[in-house]
Design a protein around this ligand. Structure first.
Ligand code: SF4
Length: 382
């Protein structure tokens, strides 16, 4: 677990408080996307396909602080786009740390060498470096040669300067379990304090639609990986063993989309970090105005292959709270990687996908125009 003990205690107390008060829906990690602009164009990314006037927008420092004050989550994960392109990012990180939040700053590391002097090591702060596998895997995933080497150099540099460093790794359908296991050995040897791993979500706006994993392939892949690492105990995963157990197909969870509420330049995103089906102005509107039963595996076609940590880690945490002894035994033994898999949720009655991308973009451009901002209405349609 890469989170320092003081933070674990704070987050644990927060979860236990909600649990014992019987609060059914509460946020665990604020997913903040203060900009969509990126300096890479990864083949599996569905987050940057916007007109320039939207890509040029930034959430201000005040908007970022208002987001955490509104939702009250104990952890903030700053993603994007590429957060290091945001001029005020060091101030935003400091603002969250001053509020005693645990801050994870995600980056592809291309700008880290140039920007690192603006940040200070802090027990509540972790760099999360994007690394989707070894040199061949990562450079292919980000559609650019040389990025793996830059990211690995950045990990070494940040560690030398006393920062906590983790990696976030998204896997696609060409991932080979043996190769992924050896990659995890490599990053462990680099001294990263955490590995966050997930199957890629099949973003409808991603340029490469052929590389996403379906549920069965995801479970098989994770069994293959974890069997090469003592059921997951070999590597310093940032995620709970219960979530890894879910990825290996030993448990079926419904997702917990409100566990990682998402604030972008559009507003609060409905229903989750992965799906942008609509936007509202306040966290309260998100929590109270979303028809949660419309979403999730079995409810909506766009959810059918989702097993991403932003949707299911909070489900695993709830399971741990409800069955602490079972969870402790699982952590001790590691994840089972053979035998029958748990029966998954039926997709029989799920509703069909709705294409809402253009509606969302148009609505946001309208708002920008009303506020007196210049807009370009040209949107590429895949
Ligand atoms: S399954 Fe849940 S977390 Fe995944 S895309 Fe659907 S609503 Fe979001």
């Amino acid at each position: 677990m890469p989170v320092p003990l003081s933070q674990v205690a704070r987050i644990g107390a927060y979860i236990a408080g909600k649990h014992f008060r019987g609060v059914q829906r509460y946020p665990l990690v604020l997913m903040l996307e203060p900009l969509f602009r990126c300096n890479l164009a990864c083949k599996g990314c569905g987050k940057i396909d916007y007109p320039d006037s939207i890509l040029n927008q930034r959430l201000s420092y005040d908007q970022c602080m208002a987001a955490i004050d509104e939702c009250g989550a104990p952890v903030v994960s700053i993603a994007g786009g590429e957060p290091l392109l945001h001029r005020d990012m060091p101030k935003i990180v400091e603002g969250f740390l001053a509020r005693k939040k645990y801050v994870i700053l995600c980056t592809n590391a291309l700008l880290l060498k140039k920007k690192i002097d603006s940040y200070k090591p802090n027990p509540g702060f972790t760099w999360s470096i994007h690394l989707d596998g070894d040199l061949g895997m990562h450079d292919q995933a980000v559609s650019q040669d040389g990025v793996y080497e830059v990211a690995v150099d950045a990990i070494r540099m940040a560690k030398e300067r006393g920062f906590a460093v983790s990696i976030n790794c998204t896997l696609f359908n060409d991932a080979d379990p043996e190769r992924v296991a050896r990659f995890f050995d490599t990053v462990k040897a680099l001294g990263v304090s955490g590995i966050t791993v997930s199957p890629g979500y099949s973003y409808e706006r991603a340029p490469d639609q052929a590389s996403f994993l379906n549920r069965t392939r995801t479970k098989e892949l994770f069994r293959g990986i974890l069997s090469r690492g003592r059921g997951g105990k070999e590597w310093p995963f940032s995620q709970s063993t219960a979530f890894l157990n879910f990825l290996a197909g030993n448990k079926a969870y419904k997702c917990t989309p409100w566990g990682n509420p998402t604030r972008t330049v559009f507003g609060w995103q409905k229903p989750c970090y992965l799906l942008g089906e609509g936007y509202v102005d306040s966290f309260t509107e998100l929590m109270e105005g979303t028809d949660w039963d419309q979403y999730g595996v079995g409810n909506y076609e766009k959810c059918q292959d989702c097993m991403v940590h932003s949707g299911f880690e909070a489900s695993a945490v709830t399971d741990i709270m409800n069955h602490p002894i079972k969870a402790a035994m699982l952590s001790l033994k590691g994840v089972r990687t053979d035998g029958p898999m748990a029966e998954d949720i039926s997709l029989e009655n799920q509703r069909r996908s709705k294409d809402v991308f253009s509606l969302n973009v148009d609505a946001h451009l309208d708002r920008m125009a009303k506020a007196g901002n210049k807009t370009d209405r040209h949107v590429e349609v895949n």
